[in-house]
Design a protein around this ligand. Structure first.
Ligand code: HEC
Length: 135
């Protein structure tokens, strides 16, 4: 093997490793989001996200189907979903919000940085369970 071939090999394996790391990081976020979802969200939104959790019946507003947040043919609105989950920027005039303000709850329990990564993981999990996926 000459020098050039060795360099190519090093570059290729570094790229491969980077890709593998990125992929496992992706899976890590979705899996973390799934665990947070089961613990904090499934009571109202249901295990499958369709809005039929055991606590749903006692709410004035029925919890929406979270598998249908992505409009047909469009990208998953991840920033919008993160803001809704965080809850602190949502305008109160939009009605009495029955959903807990997760941004405040997670920040109190885990601090600012972990709160952000929890909300990101939850949004990535919701993206993974969308009924409609853009091509
Ligand atoms: C106490 C019941 C309850 C729990 C627990 C709950 N939600 Fe909700 N959620 C609601 C209700 C009710 C709505 C409808 C809007 C409203 O009244 O706030 C909603 C709305 C939403 C929306 C907006 C959907 C849309 O159509 O725009 C998202 C996203 C969402 N919830 C995600 C979550 C996530 C993620 C969790 C867990 C961290 C969670 N919810 C926990 C009751 C709940």
């Amino acid at each position: 093997m000459n020098r050039r071939q060795i360099m190519t090999l090093i570059v290729m394996s570094t790229l491969g490793l980077g890709l593998a790391t990125a992929l496992s990081q992706e899976r890590g976020f979705i899996e973390k989001g799934r665990r947070l979802y089961v613990r904090h969200c499934a009571a109202c939104h249901g295990r499958d996200g369709k809005g039929n959790g055991p606590a749903a019946a006692s709410l004035k507003t029925p919890p929406p189907d979270l598998t249908r947040l992505q409009p047909e043919g469009e990208a998953f609105p991840i920033y919008h979903v993160m803001n809704v989950i965080e809850g602190e920027k949502v305008v109160p005039a939009h009605g009495s919000c029955e959903m807990p303000i997760w941004g405040t709850i997670f920040r109190r329990a885990r601090g600012e940085a972990l709160m952000r990564s929890d909300i990101y993981a939850l949004a990535r999990y919701l993206e993974a369970i969308q009924a409609k996926r853009s091509p």
